[in-house]
Design a binder for this molecule. Structure first.
Ligand code: LLP
Length: 427
C-alpha cells in the first residue's frame, strides 16, 4: 500500500507531499493515487505470469487515460466492458490487439466498434452473442478472435452481488446440461469467428484459491471434450480476475507470484493428465492492482455524538464517491491524517452528506474523541470500484483523481463542476 509517513506536526505525507497541502491544492473529497505503487503492482503481475501468459487489467476497477498509458508501458493489456472503456483505452494509445472486450449485453454498436478497431478478443457471453458477433464480423469482412465465457458452477466465497460462477446469475454459458459444449460447437461453425479459447471469472474480492482451482479444472475438462469431439485444441484460457485485497487488517491477500504459481501448476497438471497441450493462460486482475494504490481524503464536517451509541462523523462526500459500504457491506478503515491526537478513541461511524441513512463510508471506526470540523481523514484502499462507481446522487459533484509521484501531484481526472452537471441538463 501507499507509504504514508508523518512529519514533525503529525501531518501525513504521501509521495513526499503533506495531506494538508494536497487538500489545499486539490480540495476535498479527492482520491489520491500513488503512481509508483500502481506501476509496481502492475509489474508484479506481469513478472509473475511471465512471457507465456497475458495480464489484462480490468478497467472497470478504475480507468483513465493516464492509467492506460502506465499499463501500456508496464506491458499489461486491458479488459474493457463498454464502449466508454473501449474509447478510453484506445484514446490513450493502447494497441487494439491488447484489448479484450467483455460484457453480458454488448450492443451492436459496441461490437461493431470493437471489431472495426481490431480488439484482441471478444469474450462471448451468450448464444445470441455468438451469432451477433459472427454476423457483425462477417459483414465487416473480418474474422474476430473470441473466447467463450463458461459458468463453471463454483460458489465463490464473497458477497452475493460480486460472485459470478454459480449457476443462477446473468453471466456466461453454463457448463451444466452441455450448454457450454453446444456454444463451442456453434462458434466453431461460424466463419466470422475464430474461437481461441475459454473464459471463466468466478467473482471478486476472493481470498481462497480453491474456487480458482475448481474453475481451472472444469475449464480444462471442457478443453479436453472439445479436443475429443472436434479434434481442436483451443490455445487459450482466461481465468478472470477476483483476487482480494486488504481493506482492513483482517484480510490476508495472496501475492501475484503465488497466484501465478498455483494457477499454472493446476492447469499444467490437468492438461498433462488429459494429454492436452498447455494453453496460454490469461488473467484479469483489477482490484488487486489499483485498489490499494489510492485513498480518499475527506474533510470532517458535522460531528454528532449519540449518547450510549456512537458518534456520527459527517464528511464532505459519501455514497456518491464510495458506494461499496452501502452496496456490499464493505469494510474500510479510516485515520485522522492532518494532525496527531492523544485523545481517547471514540466509537464512530463515518457518514456522507447524502439524503439517506444508508450513506455510510466506514461503518465502525475508532477516531480520536477530540476530532473536530475541519480535520482531514483518509480512507485507504479506495482505488478500485470507488471513482469508477461514483455517481451524482443529490447532484453532488464527483471528486478528482490526483496521481502522486516523487513529490509531485497531477490531476488525472478533474473534479466535476456544476457547469458539467448543467451542461447535460438541456431541458
Ligand atoms: N474479469 C471479469 C470478467 C470481471 O467481471 C471482473 C470484475 C474482473 C475481471 C475484475 O475483478 P477484480 O480483479 O477487480 O476483482 N463493484 C464490485 C466488484 C465487481 C466486479 C465485477 N467484475 C466491488 O466494488 O466489489
Amino acid at each position: 500500500a501507499q507509504t504514508v509517513t508523518r512529519d514533525e506536526h503529525g501531518v501525513a505525507t504521501v509521495g513526499g507531499i503533506s495531506v494538508t497541502r494536497l487538500a489545499e491544492e486539490f480540495g476535498t473529497p479527492a482520491y489520491f493515487l500513488d503512481e509508483a505503487d500502481f506501476r509496481a503492482r502492475a509489474r508484479a503481475w506481469r513478472t509473475a505470469f511471465g512471457a507465456d501468459a497475458d495480464v489484462y487489467y480490468a478497467g472497470k476497477a478504475f480507468l483513465s487515460r493516464a492509467v492506460v498509458r502506465w499499463l501500456h508501458e508496464e506491458g499489461l493489456n486491458v479488459d474493457v466492458c463498454s464502449g466508454g472503456e473501449l474509447a478510453t483505452a484506445l484514446s490513450a494509445g493502447m494497441p487494439a490487439d491488447r484489448i479484450a472486450f467483455h460484457g453480458n449485453n454488448k450492443s451492436v454498436d459496441e461490437i461493431t466498434r470493437a471489431v472495426e478497431a481490431g480488439v484482441g478478443h471478444i469474450v462471448l457471453d451468450s448464444f445470441q452473442e455468438i451469432a451477433r458477433v459472427a454476423h457483425i464480423a462477417q459483414s465487416l469482412g473480418k474474422r474476430q478472435k473470441v473466447l467463450i465465457r463458461i459458468t463453471v458452477g463454483v460458489e465463490a466465497h464473497t458477497h452475493e452481488f460480486i460472485a459470478t460462477a454459480h449457476e443462477d446469475q446473468k453471466f456466461g454459458i453454463p457448463l451444466a446440461g452441455g450448454q457450454a459444449a453446444e456454444a463451442v460447437r456453434r462458434a466453431l461453425q461460424l466463419d466470422g469467428l475464430e474461437l481461441v479459447g475459454l473464459h471463466s471469472h468466478i467473482g471478486s474480492q476472493i481470498f481462497d484459491m480453491s474456487g480458482f482451482e475448481v474453475a481451472a479444472h472444469r475449464v480444462v475438462s471442457l478443453l479436453k471434450d472439445v479436443r475429443d469431439e472436434h479434434g481442436v485444441e483451443l490455445p487459450e484460457i482466461d481465468l478472470g480476475g477476483g483476487l482480494g485485497i486488504a481493506y482492513t487488517s483482517d484480510d490476508d491477500p495472496r501475492e501475484p507470484h503465488e497466484i501465478a504459481k498455483a494457477l499454472s501448476e493446476i492447469v499444467s497438471r490437468e492438461c498433462e493428465a488429459a494429454q492436452l497441450r498447455t494453453p496460454r493462460i490469461s488473467v484479469e486482475p483489477g482490484r488487486a492492482i489499483v485498489g490499494p494504490t489510492a485513498f480518499t481524503l475527506y474533510e470532517v464536517g458535522t460531528i454528532k455524538p449519540l449518547d450510549g451509541l456512537r458518534t456520527y462523523v459527517s464528511v464532505d462526500g459519501g455514497m456518491s464517491d464510495n458506494i461499496r459500504t452501502a452496496l456490499y457491506d464493505a469494510e474500510y478503515s479510516v485515520a485522522l491524517v492532518s494532525r496527531t491526537s492523544d485523545a481517547e478513541p471514540m466509537l464512530a461511524r463515518v457518514v456522507g452528506k447524502h439524503c439517506e441513512s444508508g450513506d455510510i463510508v466506514v461503518k465502525d471506526a475508532f477516531l480520536p474523541a477530540d476530532l473536530a470540523p475541519g480535520d482531514l481523514i483518509a480512507v485507504p484502499a479506495t482505488g478500485a470500484y470507488c471513482r469508477s462507481m461514483a455517481s451524482n446522487y443529490n447532484h453532488v459533484l464527483r471528486p478528482p483523481v490526483v496521481s502522486v509521484r516523487d513529490g509531485e501531484a497531477r490531476v488525472i481526472i478533474r473534479r466535476e463542476t456544476e457547469e458539467d452537471l448543467l451542461r447535460l441538463d438541456v431541458g
